[in-house]
Design a protein around this ligand. Structure first.
Ligand code: ZN
Length: 308
């Protein structure tokens, strides 16, 4: 049986190994190492991370021991350049297909925590679609309960803060989308913080998801949505109009439309994020917790906090 504490212990051992290598490095690689370590030690906020797209090779090896490093690199990691969003998303299914049991879900959650802690992240919002993890009989509620409890346990054990965002997906039905929104409400008060819409925009109209976002808004739930990466600025406009999210994910193609950029700049009187670049102000956290994180991490670093 998989044990959570063992993986954390491995992280500590790996760090020790890296440390012992320093004596054998030449001067240029030593200065590169120092720069890397300095960057890693800066406190960071990670607001956009997909649980099922973040499996390390170590995690994949535990879940599928026959996968070689070459296969991992080819099948689980998207190339640095993709022709379009659909090509990028081809690399996601391998990950979530390995996450169909309670133990696998816990293992991947801890693996992601470990990676974030090594990168100096102090608060992360981790997103995933519970409905994608039911292939071996788990209910969506059970899937979410396992991940949420695992996140809660890891927060207490490591001190890193985190929230869980639930994704509905573009190709989901209206009922699946609504079920995802209902799960956000059902788990309100736990580590679950918001609803998201992810997946390929092309060929999957937005109106299917309008009801779920209306439900989330009416129940006072935080909402974010991916928009623009597949279909450009028009898709961002449409998402703002039909879903009324508080944040846009992957919205970088907004830059193609100056009017949209201006609109996003003036979008909200609240201090919420328009893209993925603004850090703690945009986090789906209550103001008291944000204040605590600022005091603990921002002030010792001269007022600068870094988005991961
Ligand atoms: Zn994303």
């Amino acid at each position: 049986m998989w044990e959570q504490s063992r993986t954390l212990e491995l992280a500590r051992v790996d760090k020790f190994k890296n440390h012992s290598l320093r004596g054998r490095m030449d001067q240029s690689s030593l200065s590169g190492y120092r720069e890397q370590m300095e960057l890693r030690s800066l406190p960071k906020i990670e607001l956009h991370l997909h649980l099922d797209c973040s499996l390390s090779f170590q995690a994949v090896s535990k879940l599928a021991p026959s996968v070689t490093r070459e296969e991992y690199q080819r099948d689980y990691v998207a190339p640095s350049r993709c022709a379009n969003l659909a090509e990028f998303l081809l690399h996601a299914p391998k990950g979530f297909r390995l996450m169909q049991t309670e133990d696998a879900l816990r293992l991947v959650t801890e693996d992601v925590f470990q990676q974030l802690i090594e990168d100096g992240v102090i608060y992360a919002e981790i997103r995933f679609a519970p409905l994608l993890h039911t292939e071996q009989g788990l209910s969506p509620e059970r899937v979410l309960a396992v991940v949420e409890r695992s996140v809660d346990h890891l927060i207490r054990e490591t001190g890193m803060q985190a929230g869980v965002i639930l994704c509905t997906l573009r190709h989901f039905t209206e009922a699946q989308s609504m079920l995802t929104a209902e799960l956000v409400k059902e788990f309100r008060g736990s580590r679950v913080v918001a609803l998201d819409l992810a997946g390929d925009e092309a060929g999957f109209p937005l109106h299917v998801h309008v009801g779920a976002y209306r439900y989330a808004r009416e129940h006072g739930l935080f909402r974010t949505a991916h928009a623009g990466e597949g279909l450009g600025p028009e898709s961002v406009w449409e998402t703002l109009r039909l879903l009324d999210p508080q944040r846009i994910g992957h919205g970088t193609r907004s830059i193609e439309d100056p009017k949209l950029v201006e609109h996003l700049r003036n979008w909200s009187e609240q201090d919420l994020m328009r893209t993925n670049l603004m850090g703690l102000d945009a986090a789906f956290l209550d103001d008291g917790v944000k204040q605590q994180l600022r005091k603990r991490f921002l002030e010792p670093h001269g007022g600068t906090l870094h988005s991961a």
